[in-house]
Design a protein around this ligand. Structure first.
Ligand code: HGY
Ligand code: MN
Ligand code: MN
Length: 428
């Protein structure tokens, strides 16, 4: 840590949040991307680069004098000690990204944790609870299909026995990927957080939508986090010559897949399905040749909703409609559930502290649902949790253009700091 520790009173705390330090941290993480991976940031779940990012986080927290440890799941936790036996408050997010993603999704929440810790240390902020700062591992589902893996292991929702069944597109299991970066997949069951050790947890994250930006607001306080059901669909037809095969003799796997993509989009747009989102984000064609009728297609389906019943019903209905489409085209089709997470309604009393903090720092805010999934969704299974959003420019995310102006991040960090201070004093 550079600079001196001041003894400015706690009232000065929000003003001590530094945009310059925030920018420096963001730039440091933005530089950790796969060489040659193209625009944006590519730092995938359980990759060596993700571990490099955790090392940057750990080094900064260690330099502030906090204790730092990485658990077998790859979650890195720094702690500002509190009174013995008093349950902790915490904050944090994730440092992995989607392929060619942005520099803010997850990263802003970890940078916020770093900045809150720095202000707390510099100002010697009085606190009675331990304050824990977390970088979760493997939040993005882009590599293995399942999202929020480190936080799921902390919540006891994913265990060692599940890891061999999670594989990436190269066929590498999550367990092997974890071991390859020095983690201990065999010991993750011991990484579960104990509810009695925690009082509350609040994550700061970019909105990844444009409600806040369109309404000119500084902060969002999240009440519900959408669920997601992810499907992998495999269509099998018959690869044949595109010139020699008349139309009536074809079993074109891509025609079936294209029909399914349109079915999914139309299903989500049906009246009464407002709030349901269906996306085919990844599609692979074999043999993917100009002059061959596609014999096999594999595609993903991401089904999101704040209504758990409708989310699961949509997955079931689409699997049925896809099979019917294949029947019409003379192809075969299988649908497999890759991951399934229900929506989560966050505890109002934690959100209440975030709303009070926004008022205290003069941040214009509103309560809103989260369309994206988050580690908080999993953490809330063991620790009462909340989320604070900062705006996303143009609502863009999971793309290189993802951006949030630093002054808006700093306002969110001030609200986060005051939320933690309120939770530190609170007894429910
Ligand atoms: O996919 C999501 O909702 C999150 O960004 N991992
Ligand atoms: Mn995220
Ligand atoms: Mn994401």
């Amino acid at each position: 840590m550079t600079g001196t520790r001041t003894t400015a009173g706690p009232a000065a705390a929000p003003a001590a949040v530094s945009g310059e330090r925030i920018d420096a941290h963001l730039a440091r993480f933005a530089g950790l991307t796969e060489p040659g991976s193209g625009p944006g940031c590519t730092r995938l779940a359980y990759s060596p680069l993700e571990r490099d990012a955790h090392a940057v986080f750990a080094a900064h927290m260690g330099a502030l004098g906090l204790t730092v440890a990485t658990d077998p799941a790859g979650n890195t936790v720094a702690e500002l000690p509190g009174e013995p036996g008093v349950p902790a408050v915490g904050t944090g997010s994730h440092l992995d990204t989607v392929p060619r993603g942005g520099g803010y999704d997850g990263i802003v929440g970890v940078v916020a944790a770093m900045e809150v810790a720095e202000v707390a240390v510099r100002l010697r902020l009085p606190h009675r609870r331990p304050w824990r700062f977390v970088a979760f591992a493997a939040e993005e589902g882009a590599r293995f299909g399942q999202a929020c893996n480190g936080s799921r292991m902390a919540a006891g929702l994913t265990g060692a026995a599940d890891l061999p069944g999670l594989t990436d597109r190269e066929g590498r299991t999550m367990a092997d990927a974890m071991a390859a970066v020095g983690l201990r997949p065999d010991l993750v069951d011991g990484a579960r957080w104990r509810p009695e050790d925690w009082f509350a947890f609040v994550e700061l994250h970019i909105e990844q939508g444009e409600v806040l930006a369109s309404e000119g607001l500084d902060v969002g306080v999240v009440d519900v986090i959408s669920g997601s059901t992810r499907l992998l669909v495999e269509v099998t037809g018959r690869a044949t010559h595109s010139g020699g095969t008349p139309m009536h003799l074809r079993h074109d796997a891509l025609v079936t897949a294209a029909h399914c993509v349109e079915l999914g989009d139309r299903f989500a747009r049906r009246p009464g399905n407002e709030g349901l989102r269906v996306t085919v984000g990844r599609l692979g064609v074999e043999p993917n040749s100009i002059t061959t009728v596609p014999g096999a297609v594999e595609f993903s389906v991401d089904i999101r909703d704040v209504d758990p019943v409708r989310q699961r019903a949509a997955a079931k209905a689409l699997a049925h409609d896809f099979a019917a489409a294949a029947g019409e085209h003379g192809t075969a089709l299988t649908t497999r559930v890759l991951a399934d997470t229900p929506p989560v309604v966050l505890p109002e009393w934690v959100a209440g502290h975030a709303e009070a903090a926004c008022a205290a720092v003069g941040a214009a805010y509103r309560v809103l649902p989260s369309g994206a999934s988050h580690d908080t969704q999993q953490v809330n299974h063991v620790v009462p949790a909340g989320m604070i959003f900062v705006p996303s420019d143009g609502g863009l995310s999971h793309v290189p253009e993802e951006s949030t102006p630093t002054p808006q991040i700093a306002t969110g960090v001030r609200a986060l700091l005051e939320t933690l201070r309120g939770l530190d004093r609170a007894e429910r």
